[in-house]
Design a binder for this molecule. Structure first.
Ligand SMILES: [Zn+2]
Length: 255
């Protein structure tokens, strides 16, 4: 099997929900019928970086063969579209053989929600600083079933309630104001500069990190999909702040 990394079309273009590509290989499923499709390039966001996978479908020709994409994962740079072959007498092996041209369609409502949740997480990182909580960002979980962002360090218990309100007010003020969300794949030194002189250790010095920036604020490395303007988040609710074992967890939802 060809083991070149899959080209990630959503890296440069987060708005497109359709694209064209070519089949690298079709891995026919077992008894559960779940097969995997590997393509030269994809606009499907695989699960990772705290963001769920896109869903949607992939077709051949005028839709004579359709592959429903139920999950997307990336391993060693290769993106696996997992799902089922639909509307076929055959099993998809011939229809999705290597070299076939395919059309990709990402489910819009799911992608939009995931992008709003992901951008809201980054916005909260920014708002934490704005309300005087300069804690170092840790894990982010931007799934619809209970999204949260974590920080190293704690907030004194007596301040939590006030900070929760301040954070929510600040986030919604910035959403109302609006601001362009920009993405760029940059040489390391330039990325470092765009991120205010700090990049996490897991970013290799010889790499070209993808940097997301909210308005003119310092950026941060991110592989996910985002809204194009902060106003598209609509609103944020900070539902809870908890501190435990030196970690502060901020739970949120989008309106
Ligand atoms: Zn991110």
């Amino acid at each position: 099997m060809d083991s070149r990394p899959t080209k990630l079309d959503y890296y440069a273009d987060m708005r497109s929900l359709v694209s064209e590509s070519t089949v690298v290989s079709f891995l026919k499923g077992g008894d559960d019928g779940r097969s995997a499709l590997i393509l030269e390039s994809t606009i499907f966001h695989p699960q990772g970086g705290g963001q769920p996978a896109d869903t949607g479908f992939i077709t051949v020709g005028d839709g004579e063969a359709k592959f429903a994409v139920e999950d997307v994962r990336s391993r060693d740079g290769i993106v696996y579209h997992y799902g089922h072959v639909e509307n076929l007498v055959g099993d998809g092996v011939v229809e999705f053989e290597t070299g076939k041209a395919v059309h990709l369609h990402v489910d819009e409502s799911r992608r939009k929600l995931n992008s709003r949740l992901h951008s809201a997480g980054h916005l909260l990182d920014m708002c934490m600083k704005n309300v005087g909580l300069g804690l170092e960002p840790g894990k982010g979980y931007h799934f619809p079933d209970g999204p949260f962002v974590e920080y190293k360090g704690v907030i004194p218990p007596s301040e939590i309630s006030n900070k929760q309100k301040e954070l929510e007010t600040e986030a919604n003020a910035l959403i109302s104001k609006g601001g362009k969300v920009s993405i760029a794949v940059l040489p390391y030194d330039e990325a470092l500069e765009q991120c205010g002189g700090f990049l996490p250790d897991y970013i290799p010095k010889e790499s070209t990190p993808r940097i997301v920036k909210l308005g003119s604020n310092p950026g941060c490395p991110c592989g996910g999909t985002h809204v194009h303007n902060l106003s598209e988040i609509i609103s944020v609710k900070v539902s809870q702040i908890r501190t435990k074992k030196g970690v502060t967890k901020v739970s949120y939802t989008v309106g």
